[in-house]
Design a binder for this molecule. Structure first.
Ligand code: UDX
Ligand code: ADP
Length: 457
């Protein structure tokens, strides 16, 4: 029986291994993490990651061929394929602080693998986390210095949170980078291809050299983020000129060369990948003496920050330049819908700015806990400036404004004719996701502001 081990039971490792276990009933999959609380949650009824469709599959395969453990060394010891799926956050200290990736977790994994894995067996080590280009070289050096000749592959994950299970089941492509110049390298690539090809057509599996694969992941995220910053830059111009950014997006997206995806203007992109990968790319360009290229990509991050501060300025300006003491109902805190993840959520910066203007914030997010929101904002749960509500309607009660920060479907389905009755007048709606029916809201008496919509009312 083939044994797979995954180090890191996070948003990537957990769902990915669950899908592999389901598609390969003859393979044993062990997911190991040093975080005991997280592993306990994976073994319980309340999984640490919310993803539509994930619960059902975990229940189906857990205990059969999918196992969760804190015993990392045992999980590594006899695995044939070891995925490294640990976090690679942006460095906050020393050289490269604020842009380079912190590889300490990856390095500690590599050392652990070198020490715990049986060196006599053919082993494949797979980089699943997003790594800066040439990280495989670092891992290889650690292995060779300890007499290990394990094969290293790069197999970046392209799943998006909220649609992870669909993306895993039916991905646009699978990318596998490896060293095909030697027999062992080719054997490693074949081993991984043979796992994915059980449910993914062979023509969707792309194999490249290691560095192309590592760089492709950064580039894919940089291109996606760039599209969002591009349309967001146009949203500012729309507000100034009276054009409607959604109409512009529709018009340009109909050009098959441009395409319609990732053109939704918003308060800015969030999530664990986009900003981190852009910063990584910028760091690499600077490092390799390409400051003009670095500056080009830096603009994408700067535009994202501008979008958030522009949105806040619009809230303050519209509400008569004063939100001090006003109750603002915050609809959504996750970085996008259908996830409980708040990493780099634009809601964090926006709420901090609103708090600095001394507003009172009444939060409602269907999946994010009050504890998480407070930790992201760096405040105490008992802070008198914040309140946590059980429903969107409760948070809107007595509020001067509703601020939509995440486009959860349920926000589109609320009865706003009832909600307005409970609000202070004038009642504002700032739709940071352009997801509500603005015309209807105006008819109901709301003062509405969207993104890239000019003054609607
Ligand atoms: C992203 C990539 O899509 C995925 O391929 C990669 O593996 C990880 O990073 P993710 O961050 O989970 O996935 O979500 P994504 O759907 O890409 O959204 C990222 C952010 O951009 C969210 O905050 C979302 O609200 C925002 N967004 C997305 C927009 O503002 N407009 C859009 O048109 C699309
Ligand atoms: P991602 O979104 O990339 O999956 P997460 O932060 O959700 O990132 O998950 C990464 C996981 O990796 C965390 O649960 C963390 O505890 C785990 N981890 C980090 N370093 C190690 C390590 N050396 N051994 C085992 N697990 C680790």
């Amino acid at each position: 029986m083939i044994k797979i081990c995954c180090i890191g039971a996070g948003y990537v490792g957990g769902p990915t291994m669950t899908m592999i276990a389901r598609k390969c009933p003859d393979i044993r999959v062990d997911v190991a993490d040093i975080n005991a609380e997280r592993i306990a949650a994976w073994k319980s009824d309340k999984l640490p990651v919310f993803e539509p469709g994930l619960d059902e599959i975990v229940r189906e395969v857990r205990g059969k061929n999918l196992f969760f453990t804190t015993d990392v060394d045992s999980a590594i010891s006899d695995a044939d394929i070891i995925f490294i799926s640990v976090n690679t956050p942006t460095k906050t200290y020393g050289y490269g602080a604020g842009s380079a990736s912190d590889l300490s977790y990856v390095e500690s994994c590599a050392r652990r693998i070198a020490d715990s894995a049986d060196g006599n067996k053919f082993r494949v080590i797979v980089e699943k986390s997003t790594m800066p280009v040439r990280t495989a070289e670092v891992i290889r050096k650690i292995f060779t210095s300890r007499g290990r000749n394990f094969q290293i592959l790069s197999n970046p994950e392209f799943l998006a949170e909220g649609t992870a299970m669909k993306d895993l089941e039916n991905p646009d492509r699978i990318l596998i980078g490896g060293d095909d110049s030697c027999e062992e390298g080719r054997r490693a690539i074949d081993a991984l291809v043979s796992i994915y090809s059980r449910w993914i057509p062979k023509e969707k599996i792309i194999t490249t050299n290691l560095w192309s694969s590592e760089l492709s992941k950064l580039t894919a995220n940089a291109f996606l983020a760039q599209r969002i910053s591009s349309i967001n830059s146009i949203s500012a111009l729309c507000e100034a000129t009276g054009a409607d950014v959604d109409e512009v997006a529709l018009a340009i997206g109909s050009d098959s060369r441009i395409g319609s995806k990732f053109l939704k203007s918003s308060i800015g992109f969030g999530g664990s990948c986009f900003k981190k990968d852009l910063l990584n790319l910028i760091y690499l360009c600077d490092h390799f003496g390409l400051p003009q290229v670095a500056q080009y990509w830096r603009g994408v991050v700067e535009m994202n920050d501008f979008q958030k501060s522009r949105f806040c300025a619009n809230v303050v300006e519209s509400m008569f330049r004063n939100i001090k003491g006003k109750r603002l109902a915050i609809f959504g805190f996750a970085f996008k819908e259908d996830t409980n993840d708040t990493r780099e959520s634009p809601a964090i910066d926006i709420c901090k700015l609103l708090l600095s203007e001394r507003a009172k914030l009444a939060f409602y997010d269907p999946k994010v806990s009050p504890g998480q929101i407070c930790s992201d904002l760096g405040i105490d749960e008992k802070d008198s400036r914040v309140e946590f509500c059980k429903s969107a309607c409760e948070s809107a009660k007595g509020a001067d404004a509703i601020i939509v920060l995440t486009h959860w479907k349920e926000f589109r389905e609320l009865d706003y004719s009832e909600i307005i009755k409970q609000m202070n007048k004038p009642a504002w709606i700032f739709d940071g996701r352009n997801c509500l029916d603005h015309r209807l809201l105006i008819e109901l008496g709301f003062l509405v502001r969207g993104i890239g919509k000019g003054n609607l009312s």
